[in-house]
Write a protein that binds this ligand. Structure first.
Ligand code: ZN
Length: 354
């Protein structure tokens, strides 16, 4: 344990796994169920010492929808976005997932703590306890009056993306397309701009991942916090709509913000194919590009564990040391690896949530 490098990860979807199979949550979390990417034993084995846990509302299956996975295995592809999710449906799902996260802390027997400040995250690390931060991926569960934002803040919410690609009352996201540009339509609505200001006032990170370009620039104009993309890669390397252009990366850098590298293979590989035959080099290529623009303080990890197809060498959190070794082999020094794996996330959280 002690020789493992602690990793803070910007994005995972284990709460969706629990929402889909609540009867299995003890196995999913405590013992591991032999599938998925995260559970307490494999997080401990890989040095996963903290992360942001996403509340995400899945879309209902639409009759006649194409096989999206098959499309992404054969670029070029362009996947339509699902319909918006109504507030009442979204709030029920989001409450259930928030409940799972609170249960995870209680059930962990002191191995996992839901943290509300950077100081709590550092204290958890010092005590050998895994730190969780509540995130919301897509603000479908927030009403236009923003009352629910305050309620979720009280539950522990400290990071929020106005959209998960699918449109909300707050803005528009990018449809999944490769190759494709992120400039795909209108940006934030007036309610979206109020949401950003309220997040600033409360101390909630505004997540740029999944926003389209117009929405990105609206956040950049309205927000007074460092710009953050929890799980996005470099568009100059992999030309997927979900990745960030150099111009966007420079804007994030100007605010001393952070980008977490997404391990989802279709956002990593040069050919944009959804194929797990993906090497550490594919992650390093993005890290190198992001480092060249954002500098050593602006790059971190944002796995998308339990939310995307992972590379073969990184099939769960237990594989994180392989990535750390690849960074060492590539000549990244220990101080830089420490920043990418831990310090940059905790630093930007300290500057935003306190
Ligand atoms: Zn995502």
């Amino acid at each position: 344990m002690t020789d493992l490098l602690p990793v803070f990860d910007g994005h995972n979807d284990i709460l969706l796994r629990m929402f889909n199979a609540p009867q299995n949550r003890e196995a999913i979390w405590l013992s591991g169920e032999g599938k998925g990417h995260l559970d307490l034993p494999r997080m401990a084995a890989g040095g996963f010492a903290g992360g942001m846990f996403a509340i995400y509302v899945p879309s209902a299956p639409e009759p006649g929808a194409p096989d999206y996975d098959a499309l992404m295995e054969n670029p070029p592809y362009a996947v339509d976005l699902p319909k918006p999710v109504p507030l009442d449906v979204a709030q029920g799902v989001a409450l259930a997932e928030a409940g799972h996260l609170l249960w995870m802390e209680r059930a962990s027997g002191g191995r996992f703590k839901l943290c509300r400040t950077a100081a709590e995250i550092e204290a958890a690390r010092a005590a050998g306890v895994i730190a969780g931060v509540m995130h919301m991926e897509g603000a479908e569960a927030i009403d236009e009056g923003l009352d629910a934002l305050h309620a979720f803040y009280a539950m522990g919410l400290r990071s929020l993306g106005p959209v998960w690609s699918r449109p909300t009352i707050f803005g528009h996201g990018v449809p999944f397309k490769f190759p494709g540009q992120p400039d795909t339509g209108p940006g934030l609505t007036d309610a979206g701009k109020r949401l950003i200001r309220e997040c600033n006032a409360l101390g909630i990170v505004v997540d740029l991942s999944h926003l389209n370009e117009a929405g990105f620039w609206d956040v950049a104009r309205v927000s007074d916090a460092p710009l953050v993309a929890t799980h996005s890669n470099a568009h100059a390397v992999t030309a997927a709509t979900r990745n960030l252009t150099d111009k966007q990366l420079r804007a994030i850098s100007e605010t001393k913000g952070v980008v977490g590298v997404n391990f989802g293979v279709q956002f990593l590989r040069l050919d944009g194919v959804k194929n797990p035959d993906t090497a550490p080099q594919d992650i390093l290529r993005h890290l190198d590009h992001l480092l060249a623009i954002l500098g050593e303080d602006g790059v971190a990890l944002g796995s998308d564990f339990d939310g995307a197809m992972m590379p073969q060498f990184l099939q769960s959190a237990a594989g994180l040391p392989v990535l750390v070794r690849a960074m060492e082999t590539a000549g990244y020094g220990k101080p830089l690896i420490d920043k990418i794996c831990w310090g940059n996330w905790v630093g930007v959280l300290e500057r935003t949530i306190g």
